[in-house]
Design a protein around this ligand. Structure first.
Ligand SMILES: *[C@@H]1O[C@H](CO)[C@@H](O)[C@H](O)[C@H]1NC(C)=O
Ligand SMILES: *[C@@H]1O[C@H](CO)[C@@H](O)[C@H](O)[C@H]1NC(C)=O
Ligand SMILES: *[C@@H]1O[C@H](CO)[C@@H](O)[C@H](O)[C@H]1NC(C)=O
Ligand SMILES: *[C@@H]1O[C@H](CO)[C@@H](O)[C@H](O)[C@H]1NC(C)=O
Ligand SMILES: *[C@@H]1O[C@H](CO)[C@@H](O)[C@H](O)[C@H]1NC(C)=O
Ligand SMILES: *[C@@H]1O[C@H](CO)[C@@H](O)[C@H](O)[C@H]1NC(C)=O
Ligand SMILES: *[C@@H]1O[C@H](CO)[C@@H](O)[C@H](O)[C@H]1NC(C)=O
Length: 625
């Protein structure tokens, strides 16, 4: 609304506007394409009259005209000239091919640029390559590209040459930056992200620690609170649970299992319910987070930055004579901190420029990290992908066995290079700038590639199935559980052995050997045998000798069997023996309402033996064997 009204007002006001003045100011100087002056200009014109004031830099009309003049001369000079162009094998930015008749022709982005310049400036050229496919540096000058430039064997080096500081003293880098080279790490795709820690992943380390601490602490706390409550209220209905019961309840609730404890007092119930609420929230968080982690987890590579390479001492490989090598070897360059990795043979510089070979030999076979610059690495992976897709079935994991780190290993500006003192730079650089600014160079570098990302870090399309490795933790937990129970069992045996002379109630005092109902249990039969075997040691343990002085009565059945045969041990016959009342030698009497057999001892005293069968059996069981 407002803008509409404003427009209408402006239109109304401009009814009085003077018509547009299309004639140019009088003193304006017009130059044509080649810098020659179109309009006849009086040479005594003052600077302020041609639109220049005092603040304008010294680029006065005269300078401008000289520049144009020079450019025109150079264009004339280069017209029809023959240039020698050096290059490097650096597919796809620059590479050469030798024809049958021995001529070397250049290809790649660099030569597309050269052809464009050739069209514009009408020169011819021949392509030469250094004997070794290396850039060269102060200590590595032999047979290098830099040497050819320094010796002015060539007029221009047409390749994407990283502008390294040391090389600046030998060559003149073009002032136009062709692109910013990014060297990327390629490595074998790890089988799974973030290692096999899947089941522990939902919580941080400290959360696990605190859960464990609360698991240990809450049992005793509940135990104490129940005792304190009973002391304060004098309530006897709510019997205090033993510490073991409380701890078992806490653990059972954590595992979402029940407990037989059913507290009566309200405060005790609240205590129990509080723990249940805590567990409910905790377990739902765990379940939800585990689901999210398994389905949505971010894919992470083991080596993402230069620092990872350095700290984990990872073997890596790069091109011999490339930017990475000089950036590492040269003092004060950006990667100089990796220098000691060369000394320790962790860094390898491969001579061959065949990327497919490097990828297969170093990365796939030996697990190295391969460092290569951006367009080359993209094309290399794309070709590998196409090849694998043609030979293998429909599985993206098989198609993409390599993964690229996102963070560049090294960044350097890349330009053409000229011998020092060459004047070609002045001629070519403005044209190159136009190409860069219009995005043509970027387009040419990525021309062979599809616009979709090839083999991204996270192969989102593949469904994540739980592998055995993910379940490793459960196996460990099982194993740990078995080992722990074995250890506890051994400890129980040990305690029983140590306390062997004590009676059952003494066992109970230690809390070991108590059944869940709080009753003491008898040691197993073979253990009791063991105890008898070692009865000689008992004195050494320094416990009370009271238990030893209690002499158990003779086996019950021995009373009835004068032959001393132990029928008791022969299965169920013993009961029949007792119930049958084989009463040789004794007289059955009723004393105080109970049946006894009265016998006479060898020494003439009479002895009473109860015969009511159940109590007799108990008597037998408790005091013998
Ligand atoms: C156009 O501008 C020039 C100089 O600024 C002036 O001399 C001329 O009269 C103007 N023409 C019209 C039609 O206003
Ligand atoms: C450019 O440099 C060459 C030598 O490198 C020289 O012969 C030529 O005259 C120079 N051209 C101009 C226009 O200065
Ligand atoms: C280009 O150079 C050739 C010689 O190499 C010459 O014959 C031809 O006239 C030149 N073309 C133009 C347009 O100057
Ligand atoms: C070599 O062959 C190419 C085409 O096949 C031709 O353009 C070139 O002039 C030949 N070079 C020589 C030196 O014969
Ligand atoms: C570079 O070339 C100059 C002369 O062209 C020469 O004096 C110098 O020694 C060369 N530098 C090296 C390192 O060879
Ligand atoms: C590296 O840098 C330091 C400080 O900038 C300088 O003193 C030293 O000479 C440099 N070393 C080399 C080899 O350039
Ligand atoms: C590169 O190496 C691969 C495997 O070693 C080979 O198949 C291919 O032909 C080589 N390419 C070139 C251009 O030599």
């Amino acid at each position: 609304m407002a803008t509409g009204i404003e427009l209408m007002v402006a239109a109304a006001l401009c009814l009085a506007c003077p018509p547009m003045n299309h004639t140019l100011p009088e003193e304006l100087i017009l130059l044509d394409e080649f810098g020659s002056v179109v309009t006849d200009v009086p040479l005594d014109v003052h600077a302020e009259n041609v639109g220049l004031d005092e603040e304008t830099p010294m680029e006065t009309l005269e300078v401008l005209r000289n520049k144009r003049e020079k450019l025109r001369n150079m264009k004339a000079w280069i017209n029809g000239r023959h240039l020698r162009i050096a290059t490097l094998e650096d597919y796809p930015l620059s590479y050469t091919e030798v024809l049958e008749n021995g001529t070397r022709v250049g290809h790649g982005v660099s030569f597309q640029i050269i052809e464009f310049l050739q069209e514009k400036f009408n020169f011819t050229y021949e392509v030469v390559v250094p004997q070794d496919n290396i850039l060269g540096s102060k200590v590595d000058l032999d047979r290098s590209l830099i040497e050819m430039l320094n010796n002015s064997e060539v007029d221009i080096a047409a390749a994407f040459i990283p502008s390294l500081s040391e090389q600046r003293s030998f060559v003149f880098y073009s002032t136009t930056t062709l692109d910013e080279g990014e060297w990327i790490m390629v490595m074998r795709r790890p089988r799974e992200s973030a290692g096999g820690s899947g089941l522990l992943a939902p919580f941080e380390f400290y959360v696990w620690i605190l859960i464990f601490v609360s698991l240990l602490a809450v049992g005793p706390i509940i135990y104490m609170l129940i005792i304190v409550r009973n002391r304060l209220t004098g309530d006897t209905k709510q019997q205090p649970y033993s510490l073991g019961h409380c701890a078992w309840f806490v653990y059972g609730a954590l595992m979402k299992q029940g407990s037989t404890l059913s507290p009566i007092a309200d405060s005790t119930r609240l205590l129990f319910a509080t723990w249940w609420i805590f567990i409910t929230i905790l377990t739902s968080f765990y379940t939800a987070n585990l689901t999210a982690f398994l389905t949505l987890s971010k894919f992470t590579l083991p080596y993402n930055t230069v620092n990872d390479i350095l700290t984990k001492n990872k073997h890596f490989v790069s091109m011999r004579g490339g930017a990475v090598e000089y950036a590492i070897r040269t003092t004060n360059e950006s990667l100089y901190m990796l220098n000691r990795m060369i000394l320790n043979n962790y860094a390898v510089f491969t001579e061959t420029s065949n990327d497919t070979y490097n990828l297969q030999n170093y990365v796939e076979r030996n697990g190295y990290v391969f460092v290569r610059d951006r367009p080359a690495i993209n094309i290399m992976l794309y070709r590998d992908y196409l090849y694998r897709k043609s030979v293998s079935f429909n599985d993206e994991k098989v198609h993409c066995p390599f993964a690229m780190a996102k963070e560049p290993f090294l960044k350097k500006k890349r330009t053409f290079a000229y011998p020092i003192g060459s004047n070609l730079s002045e001629l070519f650089d403005p044209e190159l700038l136009n190409l860069v600014e219009s995005g043509i160079i970027k387009h040419l570098s990525a021309r062979e590639l599809p616009s979709a990302e090839i083999c991204p870090q996270d192969l989102g399309s593949t469904e994540r199935q739980l592998r055995n490795g993910d379940l490793m933790m459960t196996y460990y937990i099982m194993l740990a559980g078995f080992v722990t129970s074995l250890v506890v069992f051994t400890t129980e045996l040990l305690f029983r052995y140590i306390n062997a002379r004590h009676e059952a109630n003494k066992w109970a005092r230690h809390g070991i050997g108590r059944s869940p109902n709080g009753q003491s249990v008898k040691p197993s039969r073979w253990l009791r045998g063991l105890r008898r075997l070692h009865s000689g040691d008992k004195q050494l343990l320094g416990s009370s000798t009271h238990a030893q002085n209690v002499t158990p009565p003779p086996p019950y059945q021995s009373i009835f069997n004068h032959g001393g045969e132990h029928h008791w041990h022969q299965g169920g016959k013993g009961h029949g023996l007792v119930l049958g009342g084989n009463q040789n030698g004794g007289v059955r009497r009723m004393i105080n309402g109970r049946d006894y057999i009265v016998f006479r001892n060898a020494n003439g005293q009479s002895q009473l033996v109860p015969v009511r069968s159940p109590s007799a059996a108990l008597f037998q069981y408790t005091y013998t064997e």
